[in-house]
Write a protein that binds this ligand. Structure first.
Ligand code: NAP
Length: 308
């Protein structure tokens, strides 16, 4: 594949930015990849492992002369980063982000993007529970979806160029409206994470079952919850604070369904439980048929395990 951007600046050097650097390098999509992170520690690790071609001390330095700038920091930090780099962006450059929430990020970032610079939000639907500069891997986006969320008046050619980059990194691209994105992600990702956090918290609080029993006898269900509940606390705090409305809407529906199942268990309505579980099983089959997961007991994740 050929070079799509001459210089890409990655702001933040964690799981997503690191994976982007490796995926871009795999396919030769960028002339030069420059990166920066908030802490000296992360910058040092990134330089040591050669995650990007050049590590800079500040975001302002990183964006100089870049034709693509990727904001890959927690959702709650996007606005401050945009304010810092805004005056230093090259005319004609594209700024994108990879945040898990779209409406709040657009509201926070768009006011800082100068005239003549394109702002094209995006969200790759791929991740692991690991974070930091050592957690990325080139295959993270292979056959995963990246949702591109153009804002009003977005330039078509600039959008197509960004879409080509994501396709070059292995992803399939769809375009989606910001509010719809936030609702879909509340269902498919945000509320499931909250439920996992809750279940692991409940197990931890339950004094009649000791922590060592929970760990020793963790059957597949609980184990899967613990994997999700090990996700980065900063990232997920920011997701919930910034996707409040959709999360609360889906959580309301979830609570109603939970009460209905609780009642069915209490009153012995076995048919209701059976029918419910039959319906949900079909959704799992659909995900596997769509190639978005495998039916291996470890969901095929063994092969992608990386050190945190
Ligand atoms: P990560 O591995 O934790 O990396 C986050 C990066 O942001 C680090 O380089 C960190 O710098 C920097 N950072 C943290 N707080 C900051 C602040 N207040 N100001 C400036 N920089 C800050 O996170 P990630 O998983 O790559 O997530 C990055 C973005 O991608 C988030 O917006 C997240 O919502 C989105 N996303 C994540 C996933 C996922 O599953 N992980 C999937 C799709 C999208 P230091 O290392 O120096 O602290």
């Amino acid at each position: 594949m050929s070079v799509i951007y001459n210089r890409v600046a990655l702001i933040g050097l964690g799981l997503i930015a690191g994976s982007m650097a490796l995926a871009m390098r795999r396919a030769g999509l960028a002339g030069e990849i420059v990166g920066t992170a908030r802490s000296a520690d992360t910058r040092k690790v990134a330089a040591e492992i050669g995650l990007v071609d050049r590590v800079t001390d500040t975001a302002v330095e990183a964006v100089k002369g870049a034709d693509l700038v990727v904001l890959a920091v927690p959702v709650g930090a996007m606005g401050d980063v945009a304010a810092e780099i805004g005056p230093h962006l090259a005319p004609g450059a594209t700024v994108t982000d990879v945040g898990s929430v779209k409406r709040a990020v657009i509201d926070a970032v768009a006011p800082h993007i100068p005239e003549g610079v394109h702002f094209i939000p995006a969200h790759p639907l791929a991740g692991t529970e690991h974070s930091g500069p050592r957690s990325g891997f080139a295959e993270l986006f292979d056959n995963r979806w990246c949702l591109v969320v153009p804002v009003e008046g977005t330039d078509t050619a600039a959008t197509e160029r960004l879409e080509a980059l994501w396709q070059g990194m292995g992803a399939n691209v769809d375009v989606m409206d910001a509010d719809h994105h936030d609702l879909v992600l509340a269902v498919t990702s945000h509320v499931p994470h909250l439920i996992a956090y809750t279940m692991v918290g409940v197990a931890d609080d339950l004094r009649r079952v000791t922590d060592s029993e929970v760990i020793k006898y963790s059957a597949a269900g609980f184990r899967d919850f613990t994997r999700i509940a090990a996700s980065d606390p900063t990232m997920w705090r920011d997701v919930f604070l910034n996707n409040k409305e959709a999360t609360l809407e889906i959580l309301g529906r979830f609570t109603e369904e939970l009460f209905a199942l609780q009642r069915a268990i209490r009153t012995g309505e076995g048919d209701h439980l059976f029918d419910y579980f039959t319906r949900t099983r079909a959704i799992r089959r659909g995900i596997i048929q769509a190639g978005q997961d495998t039916d291996a007991p470890d969901f095929g994740r063994g092969v992608k395990k990386k050190e945190a």
